[in-house]
Write a protein that binds this ligand. Sequence first.
Ligand SMILES: CC(C)(COP(=O)(O)OP(=O)(O)OC[C@H]1O[C@@H](n2cnc3c(N)ncnc32)[C@H](O)[C@@H]1OP(=O)(O)O)[C@@H](O)C(=O)NCCC(=O)NCCS
Length: 196
Amino acid sequence: MKETCYNGVDGGGEVNIERILSTDRKAIKRVASMMSETWPQSYPTVEKAIAELDDFLHENSVLLVAKEKDNIIGAIGAAAQYGHTGWELHPLVVDQAHRGKGIGTALVAELEDSMRAKGCVSLHLGTDDEFSKTSLADTDLYPDVFEHIKRIKNLKNHPYEFYQKCGFVIVGVIPDANGLGKPDIMMAKRMPLQKR
Ligand SMILES: CC(C)(COP(=O)(O)OP(=O)(O)OC[C@H]1O[C@@H](n2cnc3c(N)ncnc32)[C@H](O)[C@@H]1OP(=O)(O)O)[C@@H](O)C(=O)NCCC(=O)NCCS
């Protein structure tokens, strides 16, 4: 088990980031409840999120949690998709009361360290826009999809900008992935060779 300490990230408190396994049922349930609170449309019940995490937690996946004392306040996961070189980041969630304090950034940085150790060279993710949060929503992105990407605007705090601040780049979009005018924004990052 990997454990790293951050000081002063959350109002002067100490936040630890550690890996959890499928056997840690209490932690899985807590992560599932954060997912259900954050994405009720995808996880209307905590049980649905637990089932997804149980499917997700296999040999080629990693789930890290941020803990303040014994309280889990954030989680990040990744699963291998292209052998050991290309991994998908999912899920990433920080408890609402603890957002905007650097915990999301710390989780991404910590995940990158574990990924590098596993031979990952590319980390990618899809970040949906189901609720008109960017200029890529509610419009026909065809035929010149990349022109729309070039001119993307963040209208209502869509997290693509958070990922850009973590070094991810928009590498594409799946128009209408979640229904007409509700795209999935694809982002990726080459893993730095050096440890932070
Ligand atoms: C997105 C999320 C993980 C970010 O975690 P966080 O701990 O709040 O982020 P940080 O405090 O590390 O923010 C780092 C930077 O990103 C910016 N940022 C964070 N969330 C943002 C958002 N939704 N839109 C725009 N910018 C954002 C912050 O303002 C900060 O910018 P700064 O360095 O210029 O001050 C968190 O807000 C969250 O759980 N959101 C709901 C779930 C979600 O959207 N997950 C991603 C799904 S793909």
